[in-house]
Design a protein around this ligand. Sequence first.
Ligand code: TRP
Length: 453
Amino acid sequence: MEKARSSFSSRLGFVLAAAGSAVGLGNIWRFPYLVAKYGGGMFILIYIIVVLTFGFSLMIAEIGLGRKTGQSAIKAYTKLDKKCSAFGVINAIVPIIITPYYCVIGGWVLKFLWAYITTPAKVIADTGLFASFAFNAAEPVEPILWFLLFLGITVVIVCIGVEKGIENVSKFLMPLLVVLVVGVAIYCCTLPGANEGIKYYLKPNMNDLKPITVLAAMTQAFFSLSLAMGIMITYGSYMKKDNSIEKSTWQICAFDTGIALLAGLAIIPAVFALGSPETLKSGPSLMFIILPQVFANMAMGRFIAILFFILVFFAAVTSSISLFETVVSIIIDQLKAKRQNSIIITILICLIIGLLSSLGYGPLENMTVIGMQFLDFFDFISNSVLMPIAAFLTCVFVGWIIGPKAIISEVESNKEKFSWKKLFVIVIKYVGPIVIVLILVASILQAMGKLSI
Ligand code: TRP
């Protein structure tokens, strides 16, 4: 069975893929819309605190578990304690739900890329491309085709096994993405009227300090850092014993958060400069509504838009291949399926959940689950319910079942001091489990309309 997984080129290849997978749509598409939705500065403040505490501690725990056991999520828990095999299974369900709708958003990115290649930026902004494309009940086929194209590209890369090639290309393109995002952010922050937006972005407002904001920040941190779904356990299992777990963790956290903050600066101030604060609440479509307006008014806007969507596409595809690969190896491990069959099962899952997500914004818009459209529902159930549960179980497992010492000794096994050991122990044993349970209960009650917070 192991053989099938290591077909992911080489060990080093997988490490790079897992690290590179952290930066993706989560940073550029999801983070800015959450900032807008949950109150600007307060969300950012909470997000940073969450990354420094939960994000850091959970990543150390996951990488530590992986390196200690040399196994991927499901087997890592079982190896350390037979009774806890279910813990790994919960971790494994998350990517199964995320991969399909990730591909739907990837399809949106491709559509916008194609639109800018074929249409002037002004026309795209004036016609309100996103609404007529993704939210059009009369024409559901187009978003589905783009979703299928993105899924197809992902599957082809996984099947012919050129992840490494893609990784190499994106290692070169990622810095370019950073430069471009910085450029667009500077442009947007200097637009007349952007100051209000920068203030909104940076100044925490006490009224926004609500349990739901903390939950949103926490789950976004998990999503963006690829935590609470077993990925980092696998990543850790491929890490060399003499590498520093603590240093790598800080680097991944800092890099990932830096890109997210910049993406927010490229989008939020523009909302104010364009005088459309009502779009702040527009959720998953925010990036696709605001950026076209920015590009339409920018010198060389069309060229920059094409470049931007190419780079976002690469960021998304490196993430989608490792999400897809994760699901494939989970199915290989759990069902003892052959790799080929497991790829077919994964495609079928993606088709079912992906089609529902795509149609949910079109002809099925009136069909909602607990008041949410399908894509929002899948996002909610994976990010706001399953990921906190997975994170809670990991905290309990490391904090109370095997004990933090097991991970600390792994972190220190290269003879380096674990500088933030105290923080790690306090978060994993006490703060993590308690805060996660409180927040989870509050937010589920809220989603069910039983609590207004
Ligand atoms: N972190 C990725 C992003 O920001 C999304 C993601 C979550 C992911 N879990 C993952 C990517 C697992 C690859 C593997 O977009």
